[in-house]
Write a protein that binds this ligand. Structure first.
Ligand code: ATP
Length: 620
């Protein structure tokens, strides 16, 4: 793979979700920011750097000691007692220096890793907190798999920068800088010969590492594609089996795996070719030193010990010089990964508390929509809701009905401020919901979603999710009202039964009932049931409705449903079409209107007869 290919590869690797793309120009600022994060732990940084300098100094002493030992050994061949004791001293010094070097290297590794892991921990928390708080509009656009990639791989690139970038810079500067000075100051010609492999190896190793990085970025993209294929396959395993789609799925997975395998082969190729070239250049330089140095020993202008010092220096320098490439890679990786991560961390939340926001105070419990318009970000200006106005009071039940896509869920999602409106206003007891704190608003408004999500934990914890301090009787009362209590008591583990992916599987209706119980525990001022009884039989639904009457008497209940029997008891019903309320009134009033609601009612109570669909139904 040539550098052009790597360049194109970089350009092709899109940052996850496009929203978190890094700009190369940001790189330096990013590295400074990571360094500043490290400096928040000054003691650990100081110990790591000091230990690095001492360890590299001790490492540089080893060739000299070895050289002296060799010269003394020659003295022993001559038989001198003095030479023998000098040899002992050299050997013991060498041993002590090696042990000390090992201890300081250990200290260096421990503290540099510790700083890196602390940075990783701090960033992980900040990242997790940020993605919890970013708006729904953001999550609509960014794939969760991409967010996980940034949170795992990019975070790792930043975490490792202190140890593999900064500390390694100190280590390599001391080893290569001081090592080169010692060699050249001992013998300039032989020193230059001994260092002749350095520029070539440094260049090859940097080029190889940057190429490997280019392929790594593409590999990362392929691997996240692969995990996306697997995730979708596992999520939709029933659809795959039901439609006999295994062969198609297998082919998709095979194609993605093959691309990853090819890239892995390319990476091995780059590594092997460069390692061979670097090893050859090193041994070539060593051969030159041996040849010239050997002649100097024969001429008597150099001792065998000094030649040994040169050769040992070369061996010691070989690794750090090769590591220059890894250091360059660490800088490149930290700057791109860090830019992506920091872009996300610095991202505007989209929906946040307004300056000076105060807590919502619910008194009478009046919800008012006043000429509300709303457009989903990125939907090309197509309004999802227009001119929506209605008022509801505590104790009332409001039904919302309409064709799929008519804006029912969207309307419900505006109340807890999952999205901000374009114009108009939504107030709760006269307080504009955009001016109160999000926390207090969301404590007062609970939405039972269409898809009942369960956490992999006990039924009790799932029900008490919104109020972790809820006592057992409260949880059981909520479950009783949601018609779930008897089922739970029939399970061997009762409320301690673990549900979710790795626990007991619940049916669609049971999951919905659990979600309803989760909302009832909260006792919010506004309860929204978004098609949350669709999977529940009419009898059970009736019993749930009767049971939650006592919960509903001092709060607003909004019921969104396709089945009219779920909402015909409501105080008033809004009929939605293409984002607008086109009919409103009680069940009787709407029937008398003889419009869309009537047509839908006739269709549901007399399904055998042919009734012309409403315009919205016809288009949906
Ligand atoms: N996150 C989103 N981003 C962009 N458009 C969206 C988003 N969610 C919904 N829409 C669009 O907004 C319109 C209203 O959708 P909404 O989910 O409110 O309909 P609904 O009446 O609740 O439908 P259903 O009865 O099927 O649940 C639809 O055209 C839908 O495609």
């Amino acid at each position: 793979m040539n550098s052009d290919t790597v360049g194109r590869a970089r350009a092709r690797v899109k940052a996850p979700g496009h929203l978190v793309s890094a700009q190369w120009g940001q790189g330096l600022g990013t590295l400074v920011r990571i360094t500043r994060m490290a400096l928040r732990h000054p003691w650990q940084v100081a110990i790591a750097i000091t230990a690095t300098m001492i360890a590299s100094g001790l490492q540089l002493a080893i060739p000299r000691l070895l050289g002296q030992a060799v010269d003394h050994a020659q003295g022993i061949i001559g038989g001198g007692q003095e030479a023998q004791s000098a040899l002992w001293i050299s050997a013991i010094t060498l041993l002590v220096v090696s042990v000390l070097r090992g201890l300081f290297t250990l200290t260096q590794n421990y503290f540099s890793e510790s700083v890196g892991h602390t940075i990783g921990y701090e960033l992980r928390l900040a990242y997790y907190e940020k993605i919890q708080r970013l708006s729904f509009a953001f999550h609509d656009k960014v794939h969760s798999g991409d967010l996980i990639t940034v949170g795992m791989l990019d975070l790792d690139g930043v975490r490792m920068f202190f140890a593999t970038g900064l500390v390694r810079t100190v280590l390599l500067s001391v080893l290569i800088g001081v090592g080169a000075y010692l060699l050249i100051s001992t013998d300039a010609v032989l020193g230059l010969l001994a260092l002749s492999f350095v520029p070539f190896v440094a260049w090859r190793s940097s080029v190889a590492q940057l190429k490997l990085r280019g392929t790594w970025l593409i590999l990362q993209e392929k691997l996240s594609g692969l995990s996306r294929v697997m995730e979708e396959n596992l999520g939709g395993i029933r659809v795959v089996r039901a439609f006999a789609g295994q062969k198609h799925e297998m082919d998709k997975f095979d194609a993605a795996s093959k691309e990853a395998l090819n890239l892995t082969h390319q990476r091995v190729n780059i590594r092997v070719r460069n390692t061979s070239a670097m090893t050859f250049s090193f041994f070539f330089s060593m051969g030159l030193v041996l040849w010239f140095g050997g002649n100097m020993v024969i001429d008597g202008t150099m001792t065998v010990g000094t030649l040994t010092t040169f050769l040992t220096f070369m061996t010691i320098l070989q690794m750090p010089v090769r590591q220059l490439g890894m250091m360059v890679n660490s800088y490149a990786r930290a700057s791109t990964c860090g830019s992506r991560l920091f872009n996300l961390l610095d991202m505007d939340l989209g929906i946040d508390d307004a300056p000076g926001a105060t807590d919502l105070k619910v008194t009478e419990g009046t919800l008012k929509f006043d000429n509300v318009d709303f457009t989903f970000p990125g939907s090309g200006g197509q309004k999802a809701l227009s001119d929506v106005s209605f008022e509801a009071h505590a104790g009332q039940t409001i039904g919302i009905v309409g064709a799929p896509g008519s804006g029912k869920t969207t309307l419900a999602h505006l109340i807890p401020r999952f999205y901000d409106i374009d114009s108009g206003s939504i107030t709760l007891d006269g307080q504009d919901i955009s001016k109160v704190t999000l926390r207090s608003l969301r404590q007062s408004v609970a939405v039972v979603q269409q898809d009942s999500f369960l956490f992999t934990t006990t039924i009790e914890n799932n029900i008490a999710y919104g109020d972790p301090w809820a006592k057992e009787p409260k949880i059981e009362r909520a479950a009783e009202s949601a018609q779930l209590h008897n089922y739970v008591m029939g399970l061997p583990g009762g409320y301690d039964t673990v549900v979710g992916e790795r626990g007991v599987s619940l049916s669609g209706g049971q999951r919905q009932r659990l979600s309803i119980a989760r909302t009832l525990v909260l006792k919010p001022a506004v309860m929204v049931f978004d098609d949350s009884t669709a999977a529940i039989d009419a009898g059970t639904e009736h019993r749930i409705r009767s049971a939650i009457k006592r919960f509903a008497k001092d709060r607003i209940t909004i019921v969104i449903a396709h089945r009219l029997s779920s909402l015909m008891h409501a105080d008033f019903i809004l009929f939605m079409e293409e984002g607008k309320i086109v009919e409103r009134g009680s069940h009787e009033e709407l029937l008398a209107l003889n419009g869309r609601y009537r047509a839908l009612f006739d269709l549901q109570v007399r399904p055998g007869e042919d009734i012309a669909p409403t315009p919205a139904e016809a288009s949906s």
